[in-house]
Design a protein around this ligand. Structure first.
Ligand SMILES: NC(=O)c1ccc[n+]([C@@H]2O[C@H](COP(=O)([O-])OP(=O)(O)OC[C@H]3O[C@@H](n4cnc5c(N)ncnc54)[C@H](OP(=O)(O)O)[C@@H]3O)[C@@H](O)[C@H]2O)c1
Length: 287
């Protein structure tokens, strides 16, 4: 029998992910802080819960895709949160990008209630969420991961078990360091091309197919050329991810100069008012 799923956080990523779960035939209950965002899912057959607690009561597996660590803590543990609707045997899957250390603490607390928590952050952007082709990196109990595999398969294509609690989030930090530095490289290169008076279409064509090619150049380069700064992944969320990386790396006594540089550039973009643009909007700090 299909697990009953409760989904919290219907933003850029959560909305299409929840739609894909419905399409795959999972009974779905949804909850979102801004209630109007539940409407497209209710129209597609989901049930709307009046609170995160009510959602947890009706669900076997509760998925969260919200912004940052305090937001996950809020939907899980504040009054009327998931905690208030839990019973032993239920599973929480957090697919947001948040602190690995906090994740381990949340998982321990949930375990005291007889519930397992998986950290399962995602990569692949808004298009990956829409197409159900996300990459999912999972930490937590292995048997729980196997139980939830059909859920992950409705959302993504590459699903990899990384180890115990927090290992999914630590892997996502690695992903975000590489992704952020690729965005810096892509925007600086295109800014240079513009300053050099080159034909940007042709630059994109030739550079994308050589050794400088990247996901960022292929997917976000054309948006830069079109002046399309609508968000697939917001600058302020990329800044948040780099902050998480720097907090973590400081705690383990290491240094990542490239990540520090990327953090300062994304912070400049936020300060200049570009925080709600897509990450390709980083080019606007140069112009
Ligand atoms: N976009 C991407 O390409 C991408 C890729 C990989 C990972 N991620 C990660 O996925 C997560 C979601 O990203 P997104 O792009 O979908 O962001 P988003 O569009 O801003 O959506 C955020 C969602 O979280 C909810 N939320 C935020 N704070 C909350 C709080 N305190 N209480 C209750 N609900 C809260 C929002 O509710 P409202 O509707 O009420 O605002 C919204 O549903 C983030 O951790 C992000 O880093 C994003």
């Amino acid at each position: 029998m299909r697990e009953k799923i409760g989904f919290i956080g219907l933003g850029i990523m959560g909305q299409p992910m929840a739609q894909n779960l419905l399409r795959a035939g999972f009974p779905l209950t949804v909850f979102n802080r801004t209630r109007s965002r539940c409407q497209p899912l209710v129209a597609a057959g989901a049930t709307e819960a009046p609170s995160a607690a009510a959602l947890a009561q009706q669900s076997d597996v509760i998925i969260t895709v919200v912004s940052d660590t305090p937001d996950v803590e809020h939907v899980l543990f504040d009054p009327d949160g998931v905690w208030d609707g839990l019973a032993p045997g239920k599973v929480v899957i957090d697919m947001s990008t948040i602190s690995a250390d906090a994740t381990v603490k949340f998982a321990e607390k949930l375990k005291s209630r007889g519930c397992q928590m998986l950290d399962a952050p995602i990569s692949g952007g808004q298009q990956g969420a829409i197409r159900g082709t996300l990459t999912i990196m999972v930490g937590g109990d292995r048997a729980t991961f196997e139980r939830c595999r059909p859920i992950f398969e409705a959302l993504g294509e590459r699903i990899v078990y990384m180890g115990g609690s927090g290992c999914g989030q630590r892997t996502k930090m690695v992903n975000q360091v590489i992704a952020a530095l690729n965005i810096v490289a892509m925007t600086e290169g295109l800014h240079l091309a513009r300053k050099a008076g080159l034909d940007l279409e042709r630059v994109l064509e030739v550079v994308s197919s050589g050794a400088a090619g990247s996901w960022m150049l292929t997917h976000l380069g054309p948006k830069v050329l079109d002046g399309d700064f609508s968000p697939g992944f917001m600058i302020e969320l990329q800044q948040k991810d780099l902050r998480l990386v720097l907090e973590w790396i400081e705690r383990i006594g290491d240094d990542l100069p490239g990540a520090r540089l990327a953090y300062s550039l994304f912070t400049e973009a936020v300060t200049k008012g570009f925080g709600e643009q897509g990450t390709q909007g980083l080019i606007n700090i140069y112009e």
